[in-house]
Design a binder for this molecule. Structure first.
Ligand code: ZN
Length: 353
C-alpha cells in the first residue's frame, strides 16, 4: 500500500467546490445532513491526522455525536417573549425527526438531564443503536446525492456499521473545519426558521443559534462555580482577582464549536472580550496544558456536575489541531488586551510529543 500524502492544492479546491455544491444542490428534508457534516468534521479533528490518510468510523461513533447535537435541541425552545409559544422545534419537513423523538422519549422515561448522565444508564446502548440506525439509513445514504447524481467524494461504506472517510478527506475536514461548521450551522438555523410549523414557537427569536449549539446558561453557571473552587477567584489570563467572571472557551468556540469541560477557564469579562475569537499566546497555553496534566480529573468532575461533556485527550487533541493549523495559516495569538504575537513554528513543539 502506498503511504498517504496530503491532497494537492488543486484537490483541496475541488473538495471545497463539491462541498459548496452539496449545500446548494442537496435536498434537505431534515437537518440530519448538517449534523452529519458537523460530526464528520469533529471526528476528523479528534481522531484524524494531517498526512492525508483515510479514517474508518463506526455508525455508533457518528450516532453518539447525533445524540450530543440533538440532546439540547430536543428541549422545548422558549424565548419568554409574549408572542411565542414554547415547544420543541420541528427538524424535518415531514414528521418530527426520529432522532429528536428518540432522545426526547429517552430523557422523559429515564429522567436524565444530560447526555453525560444518559451514557451511564444500561438502556443507553439501545438508544445509541437506534440513532446509529437512523444515521445509517438516512443521512449516510443521501448526503452524497446532489445535482441529480451520486458523488462519493467524502466516504464509502466499509462493511456493516462502518464508513471510511476517503484519502485526503480527513485532511480537508481538519483544515477547513471552521468553514464546514459555519456552513452547516447557518444552513441548520435557516432550515428551522424556514419550516412554517416552527413560526409560532420562534416568534421574534434572535437567539436560535445559541439555543441550538451552545451550552445552556445554567450549565455555564455551574461550571463557573466549580472553576472558582478549583482555580480560585482569579482570571486565568491576567491572574488578577475577579468578582464578575466569564466562562471562556480556551480554544475559541468560533474555531471549535463544541463545549468540553477541559476547554473552559474563568476570565474577566474584559479579558474575555479582548481575547475574543483568537487563540491564547504561549504563556497561557503552557499554563493550560499544565492544568490538563494536574487537574484533569477535577475538571472532569466539575463538567459532570455541570452536565458538560469532558474528555481530556480530545481537548488536548483539539488544541493541538487549533495551534498547528494556525502555524500553517500564519495566525496570531492573544497575549493581553491589544497585545498579540505571531503563532510561529515554536508552537508546534508543545504538541510534538
Ligand atoms: Zn483578566
Amino acid at each position: 500500500m502506498l503511504t498517504p500524502k496530503p491532497p494537492s492544492a488543486e484537490a483541496q479546491l475541488l473538495f471545497l467546490s463539491k462541498l459548496q455544491r452539496l449545500f446548494i444542490e442537496s435536498d434537505f428534508t431534515a437537518t440530519y445532513k448538517f449534523a452529519l457534516l458537523i460530526a464528520l468534521a469533529d471526528l476528523s479533528v479528534e481522531l484524524g491526522t494531517d498526512d492525508g490518510a483515510e479514517l474508518v468510523l463506526s455508525t455508533r461513533q457518528i450516532g453518539e455525536r447525533f445524540i450530543l447535537l440533538y440532546w439540547r435541541q430536543s428541549l422545548p425552545y422558549g424565548t419568554g417573549r409574549p408572542s411565542a409559544v414554547p415547544g420543541v422545534l420541528i427538524q424535518s419537513h415531514g414528521v418530527q425527526a426520529a432522532v429528536i423523538s428518540a432522545v426526547t422519549a429517552f430523557r422523559l422515561k429515564h429522567g436524565v438531564g444530560t447526555p453525560a448522565l444518559a451514557r451511564l444508564l444500561p438502556e443507553y446502548p439501545a438508544l445509541l443503536g437506534s440513532v446509529a440506525q437512523t444515521v445509517s439509513a438516512q443521512p449516510l445514504n443521501y448526503l452524497q446525492n446532489f445535482g441529480g447524481a451520486t458523488d462519493e467524494f467524502l466516504f464509502t461504506r466499509a462493511g456493516a456499521g462502518k464508513i471510511m472517510l476517503k484519502e485526503g478527506v480527513v485532511y480537508c475536514l481538519r483544515r477547513f473545519q471552521p468553514l464546514v461548521q459555519q456552513l452547516a450551522r447557518t444552513h441548520w438555523v435557516e432550515h428551522i426558521k424556514n419550516n412554517r410549523r416552527n413560526l409560532p414557537i420562534l416568534g421574534e427569536a434572535d437567539d436560535l443559534e445559541d439555543f441550538l449549539f451552545s451550552a445552556s446558561r445554567q450549565s455555564l453557571l455551574v461550571m463557573a462555580q466549580g472553576l472558582r473552587k478549583l482555580d480560585g477567584a482569579k482570571c486565568f489570563y491576567c491572574n488578577h482577582s475577579l468578582t464578575d467572571a466569564d466562562v471562556d472557551h480556551f480554544v475559541p468556540f468560533s474555531q471549535y464549536p463544541r463545549d468540553l469541560a477541559h476547554n473552559f477557564v474563568l476570565a474577566h469579562p474584559s479579558c474575555n472580550r479582548s481575547k475574543s475569537d483568537t487563540l491564547a499566546a504561549a504563556p497561557h497555553l503552557e499554563r493550560w496544558l499544565e492544568r490538563l496534566l494536574h487537574h484533569a480529573d477535577a475538571l472532569t468532575e466539575i463538567g459532570h456536575i455541570a452536565g458538560i461533556m469532558s474528555d481530556v485527550q480530545v481537548s488536548r487533541q483539539i488544541s493541538a489541531w487549533g495551534y498547528t493549523s494556525a502555524v500553517t495559516a500564519g495566525g496570531h495569538a492573544w497575549i493581553a488586551p491589544s497585545k498579540y504575537e505571531p503563532i510561529n513554528a515554536r508552537y508546534n513543539t508543545y504538541f510534538s510529543h
